[in-house]
Design a protein around this ligand. Sequence first.
Ligand code: LLP
Length: 410
Amino acid sequence: MFTFKRNQFQVEDVLVRDIVEKVGTPVYIYSKNRILDNFKLFDQAFNSLPHLICYALKANSNLSVARTLAVAGAGTDIVSGGELYRALASGFRAKKIVFSGVGKTKDEMRYALRAGILMFNVESSEELNVLNEVAGVMKKKARVAIRVNPNVEADTHHHITTGKQENKFGIHKNTLLDVYKNAKKLHNIELHGLQAHIGSQITSVKPYVELLTILLDFIDKLAKQGIVLKTLDIGGGLGITYDKEVPPTPQDLALALTPLLRERPLTLLFEPGRFMVGNSGILVTQVLYRKEAGEKTFVIVDAAMNDLARPALYDAYHEITPLVQDRRAQRVVDVVGPICESGDYFARQRKIPFPKCGEYLAILSAGAYGFAMSSQYNSRPRVAEVMADGKYWKIIRKRESLKDLIRGEK
Ligand code: LLP
């Protein structure tokens, strides 16, 4: 959906340049059909099993992006009251919403119980007791999956691995059975499932097989104690290609996992975020200046780490390309933003076609954890977002104004 046609970079059937000339830069541009294709790929891969894909809203929570997935039939995985608000506003059915996170507040629990969500993924005994109490006051039953920390190595960046003992997530393997036994005694808790999420940008099926084996063992142990669960949620984490990674496809994942699940009366849940939207979005920026400094050449652009934080935060790789393909010389450059921090960069010592002043550059694979993690740091209004659909496109979030910067302040 993002390709060069006649040497011009396009999103679906639209010239990226046309969008940028009307909307300005920086701007995020998404491909609606790539999002839909990603969803279908995942959904169809697991067709032979009862399953529900709960898109991890944190990856990109724009209303139009979320609505695209909601209409396609996805559920969603949320992590805050704010995300619940967005999920409902974009049309996800409450019965397809799961609520994750280590620190849900009572207010958030009440909001989710009122909305009638499918399930809370509970991460501690104390949280379970509070949820029981809150549900009791509301005369409701909270459906619950307990998140286990399976101590599985996801083999990814240490900031985005979540299933190791030293991470704050989930309940320790050794205490899980006791937590379920105690939970069974709580009157306002309905034990529904088991959940785990081991990390993000996972590029092999191995950790998933290891995880599923551990989880099924728990399911069997629990069944022996009379606790029969209906859902098994293996989280998100499936990686995408940013550079040269070759992650498994959903089909590969299905081939590895489905044999373990046959004959089991379980609904399988997934919480993919990055896979759905990562390669469905780009960030387009304009070159402001070029600067030679001794050995180095800097290309200074109008986007910055506040707009796309991944390189600064995780040293993440995002491919960068001009919007035209030609035979110009390549040069090794640092692509940097205007923010007053050395960490404000998009590429270091990267060989790219040397751009002109005023030229546009597309930063690829920016659809996940791009706009969603953006801020107004350095008092930079947040950028516009656009969605393309075939030969049409529209603004799905207005560029913020200077007034937006001080909204609510005194
Ligand atoms: N479920 C849970 C409970 C999660 O914590 C996450 C992501 C997901 C699902 C979705 O994971 P995904 O399929 O997107 O890998 N900001 C980082 C990624 C942080 C992921 C946090 N949790 C980045 O830009 O790489």
